[in-house]
Design a protein around this ligand. Structure first.
Ligand SMILES: [Zn+2]
Ligand SMILES: [Zn+2]
Length: 192
């Protein structure tokens, strides 16, 4: 990534609405993730090479999106609802994927290193800015489950649900006993 952490954080603040420990963590994750999979300019020349999975819908996710330019609406940002402060960075050209998870210990480290800072959030922001990548994160190479139906660009397929009649894109339907069903009709969804 060509910008400094400070420059990236300014943009995170604009997108997210405030500067917080989650923005620092997400920005650090994005810088490290892109470096490890050799995506140098995620918002420019390398825009089409990068896919990111975030595992939580909190502050950190906005920072990853602001720093790298990945967006849900472009299919370059994927959301896995695991409730974990973690993200996986995937280079489409090389198929290299690196998962980065925030270490819980870094919170304790923040308290230990900066006891003079009274505000807990400020302690965390300071620690997340200054700690080494290895102190902050667990870093692992992974293989992601990713296929043509997950790719950006126009929808790869479109069918209608035999139950509710709604259209279903990109192979998300379930075929059962000769019927085509959307996930909520087949297995229940988030609404009733
Ligand atoms: Zn926040
Ligand atoms: Zn349906």
């Amino acid at each position: 990534m060509q910008q400094t952490l400070d420059e990236i954080l300014r943009e995170c603040q604009i997108l997210h609405g405030h500067l917080c420990a989650g923005q620092v963590l997400g920005a650090r994750m994005a810088i490290l993730g892109c470096r490890l999979i050799e995506v140098e300019d995620p918002r420019g020349a390398d825009r089409k090479k990068l896919i990111v999975w975030v595992e939580i819908d909190r502050c950190m996710a906005d920072a990853v999106s602001a720093a790298t330019g990945v967006r849900l609406g472009r299919r370059s940002l994927k959301y896995a609802d695991y409730g974990k402060v973690a993200a996986t960075f995937f280079n489409l050209d090389t198929e290299r994927a690196i998962r980065i998870a925030a270490r819980d210990e870094s919170r304790l480290l923040a308290d230990k290193l900066f006891p003079q800072i009274e505000n807990r959030k400020e302690r965390q922001m300071r620690a997340y800015t200054e700690l080494d990548d290895k102190e902050l994160f667990k870093i692992e190479a992974v293989e992601v489950l990713y296929n043509e139906m997950d790719q950006p660009g126009r929808p790869r397929s479109r069918v209608s649900c035999d139950e509710c009649g709604e259209g279903i894109n990109d192979g998300r339907e379930i075929r059962e006993a000769g019927r085509i069903l959307c996930r909520p009709c087949c297995c229940g969804g988030y609404y009733k």
